[in-house]
Ligand binder design. Structure first.
Ligand code: PMP
Length: 359
């Protein structure tokens, strides 16, 4: 068996230890004679999985008793619609920072429900950066401020929460969830598809502040799409196997040392790649330096032919899934929590070798 150095942007690499545990438990979950996949979502075992995963998230993020955690379906894409459907009245305005395609998709959905004000956009700079606080032109008392904390395609990341003048933050944290600490008190809602930093695809973690949830005054929200239907109970059959895997990833995450451990590791991994890029101008980082992501490192080579050659030779060396997003091209190394330092070192070595041969 071989495990490649996997730099996939998502669904992304999972910890080998977690996959091994899944394999071990697959046919006979804790001596019950059935798989966790084959059990009722209301039964003892799955109830325990659901509660454990929520307890772990509460502990890891320091959520206290102020938040509800939900395991929903439909990916982050469903959240683009579900957030304004629940929180935005027709006459109200929500602020959306536009830092890429995922922000734009969220904006498009929100316009179906109310007004959108855009306090900053980097569209004219090919989304190569995120804003400084002093560039944000917030509206007067927005319902909430939405931002995409890490822009998976462009390799940019907010270095901290943007200013919001007291408005609750709503964050699409799909591609940097649990990679560093967050200032939980400032959030109304955080959502993240699991398939990058948290587990397999099929489940989206949605964390909502109780106070924010209680501020919903809209009527006629379809039951399934109303956050209040999910906040305190399991409404219908959830993606049980995906949640089970999320719980195992969270167990692994805590065993390793939690956010402090991964924050340091992610810094080390991204430093290694950016310092390799910055040696000369053979590799060219696409994100502006103060906006660089610690999760997706994006760069170009002197020509598209060389990029093609780079990808081919990398794959021959077991360095896989390095192709940039189809909308921007180039190279993208996604180095989420489960991507090991050893894989990043192998990539940096390969980059140096490739530069020496072709530069
Ligand atoms: N937001 C961000 C930041 C993403 O990276 C992605 C997926 N790459 C999405 C939203 C869309 O997620 P999903 O496919 O889970 O709907």
């Amino acid at each position: 068996m071989k495990r490649a150095h996997n730099f996939s942007a998502g669904p992304a690499a999972l910890p080998t230890e977690v996959l091994e545990k899944v394999r071990e438990e697959l046919l006979d979950y804790k001596n019950t004679g059935t798989s966790i996949m084959e059990k009722s979502h209301r039964g003892k075992e799955y109830t325990e999985v659901d509660q454990q995963a929520k307890e772990r998230l509460t502990r890891i993020l320091g959520l206290g008793n102020d938040f509800h955690i939900m395991f929903l379906q439909g990916g982050a894409t469903a959240q683009f619609m579900q957030v304004p459907l629940n929180f935005l009245e027709e006459h109200e305005t929500a602020d959306y920072i536009n830092t890429g395609v995922w922000s734009q998709k969220a904006i498009k959905e929100t316009k179906l429900f109310g007004n959108v004000h855009i306090p900053f956009s980097s569209e004219e700079e090919q989304f190569s950066r995120v804003p400084n606080d002093d560039e944000l032109q917030l509206s007067d008392q927005p319902r909430y401020l939405h931002y995409t904390s890490n822009n998976t395609i462009y390799g940019t990341q907010f270095q901290q929460e943007p200013k919001s003048d007291g408005a609750p933050l709503v964050c699409d944290a799909s591609s940097d969830f649990l990679s560093r600490e967050i200032d939980v008190d400032r959030y109304g809602l955080i959502y993240a598809g699991a398939q990058k930093n948290l587990g397999p695809s099929g489940v989206t973690v949605v964390i909502v502040k109780k106070e924010f949830l209680e501020s919903i005054s809209k009527k006629n929200i379809p039951t399934f799409l109303d956050y209040r239907s999910h906040a305190t109970r399991i409404l219908n059959t959830p993606p049980t196997f995906a949640v089970y895997m999320v719980n195992l990833v969270l167990e692994w995450f805590e065993d390793k040392g939690g956010i402090p451990y991964f924050k340091k590791l992610n810094q080390e991994k991204s430093d290694l790649l950016y310092s390799t890029i910055d040696v000369d101008d053979f590799f060219r980082g696409t994100a502006q330096k103060d906006s660089r992501s610690k999760m997706n490192v994006t760069f170009r080579l002197p020509s598209e032919e060389l990029e093609k050659k780079f990808l081919e030779e990398a794959a021959n060396n077991d360095l896989v899934a390095l192709k940039g997003h189809r909308s921007v091209g180039g190279i993208r190394a996604s180095i989420y929590n489960a991507c090991r330092l050893e894989s990043v070192k192998a990539l940096a070595d390969f980059m140096e070798y490739f530069r020496a041969k072709n530069g």
